[in-house]
Design a protein around this ligand. Structure first.
Ligand SMILES: C[S@@+](CC[C@H](N)C(=O)[O-])C[C@H]1O[C@@H](n2cnc3c(N)ncnc32)[C@H](O)[C@@H]1O
Length: 150
């Protein structure tokens, strides 16, 4: 949704998104792509019109367009213990409201891994209450909880 909204030639980009969580239940829910109206109705009419099917689901939920969902690969993954083997670097990473569960050392190590995975100049988006106190030499604060890989 974010990229669709911000890239004028969105359809021309070859976009692949890796979406991970430790919980199979959470992943199943995410894969369904059926959003509670309360979580959608704060978005602009333009975003809602572009990202969701016109017809709601039988439960009255907003259904994400298949064309958007098909860009996402869903994988069960433990950010703390599973190895990071990725062929290419990432153009952006969103990790919002996950590190709140981790201690300082785990958080520090994870940010280090994200830094290595990001292309230079690329952004890392954290949750609004998650600010970084380490890795200042490799991540520059761009805006509220948004950092740029130097
Ligand atoms: C508070 S939710 C945030 C979800 C979403 N990012 C958001 O901002 O709405 C935290 C998520 O982190 C996941 N999580 C917790 N520990 C994790 C770990 N070690 N590896 C991957 N995901 C984890 C939980 O299963 C949960 O879905």
């Amino acid at each position: 949704m974010f990229l669709q909204h911000h890239l004028s030639d969105f359809e021309k980009w070859d976009i692949k998104i890796l979406a991970t969580d430790i919980s199979a239940k959470v992943l199943t829910h995410a894969m369904r792509g059926a959003y509670d109206p309360k979580t959608v109705e704060g978005l602009s009419k333009e975003i809602i019109g572009d990202a969701f099917e016109t017809k709601k689901t039988e439960e009255g939920r907003y259904q994400i367009h298949t064309s958007l969902r098909d860009k996402v690969l869903f994988r069960k993954y433990n950010l703390v213990t599973d190895p990071f083997f990725f062929k290419n670097r990432f153009d952006m990473i969103f990790c919002r409201n996950v590190m709140i569960y981790f201690d300082d050392v785990t958080r520090h190590n994870l940010i280090g891994r994200f830094t290595t995975l990001l292309q230079k100049g690329s952004p890392l988006f954290l949750g609004s209450s998650e600010s970084l106190t380490t890795h200042r030499e490799s991540l520059k604060l761009l805006g509220s909880s948004i950092y740029q890989r130097l």
